[in-house]
Design a protein around this ligand. Structure first.
Ligand code: ADP
Ligand code: ADP
Length: 219
């Protein structure tokens, strides 16, 4: 099964992806995580992406498309795309690359949440720089405050999770990314809309109920 998880920053894409892959056994391909790994290794791609990410702008399409198609090609089975595509050009290029392999996306899970819910989620997000685990200071606390449950050490606030950068990312979402849902609607894809303004467990249950209805081979 090949899925795309769409939604604004803070909708819960990363959180829900982890649960989806645990249940259905696909791979989690997060463009943000791949970019952060490139930056941590100080690669040329990571250096190119840095200033865009820190200011909340989108990294240029050509960089992202090449990076994600490479990651998808390496993957042997199903996957969930998290954070990609973020522009209609990225969606078109993704579909072309899949069609060339005789493949397609089975469904798009669209996490819907209003802007006012997003800011406290983002400013309260804490992330593990080593394993990528994501917590929240109120909604998803680690066992010991400020420390990753996986034994990696201290949690950090991402530099792009400040009030100013999140405002910019939300603006960018409405200007460039929200149109991706329309792109998939127009192409006749199966879109599963989920109310993401519910507690984490309830969002997960809503997604599982819908995915269980899909008569597609998982993994
Ligand atoms: P995204 O990948 O869409 O940016 P995340 O999954 O990283 O979103 O979630 C953003 C923050 O909000 C995290 O700190 C996470 O713990 C928290 N969060 C995620 N889903 C919910 C929810 N349904 N209710 C409350 N907080 C949530
Ligand atoms: P979140 O889930 O919190 O919105 P991500 O971790 O997905 O954030 O992305 C962090 C940053 O990485 C984005 O603000 C953007 O600069 C860059 N990025 C990630 N995915 C893409 C993409 N598909 N296209 C362009 N830029 C991207």
């Amino acid at each position: 099964m090949k899925l795309i998880l769409l939604g604004p920053p803070g909708a819960g894409k990363g959180t829900q992806c982890k649960r989806i892959i645990e249940k259905y056994g696909m791979e989690h391909l997060s463009s943000g995580d791949i970019l952060r790994a490139e930056r941590a290794e100080d690669t040329e791609l990571g250096q190119k992406a840095q200033s865009y990410m820190d200011s909340g702008q989108l990294v240029p399409d050509d960089i992202i498309i090449g990076m994600m198609i490479k990651a998808m090609t390496k993957s042997s089975g199903g996957y969930v795309l998290d954070g990609f595509p973020r522009t209609t050009v990225q969606g078109e290029e993704l579909d072309k690359a899949l069609a060339a392999e005789g493949e397609k996306i089975n469904a798009i899970v669209n996490l819907e949440v209003d802007d006012e819910v997003i800011m406290p989620r983002m400013t309260g997000r804490r992330s593990c720089p080593k394993c990528g685990a994501v917590y929240h200071i109120e909604n998803l606390k680690p066992r010991v405050e400020g420390v990753c449950d996986n034994g990696c050490g201290e949690l950090v606030q991402r530099p792009d999770d400040t009030l100013e950068v999140v405002s910019n990312r939300l603006k960018v979402y409405h200007e460039q990314t929200s149109a991706v849902v329309g792109y998939y609607k127009d192409s006749g894809s199966l879109i599963i809309n989920i109310n993401a303004d519910q507690p984490i467990e309830e969002v997960t249950a809503s997604i599982f109920a819908e995915l269980d209805k899909l008569n597609v081979q998982v993994g």
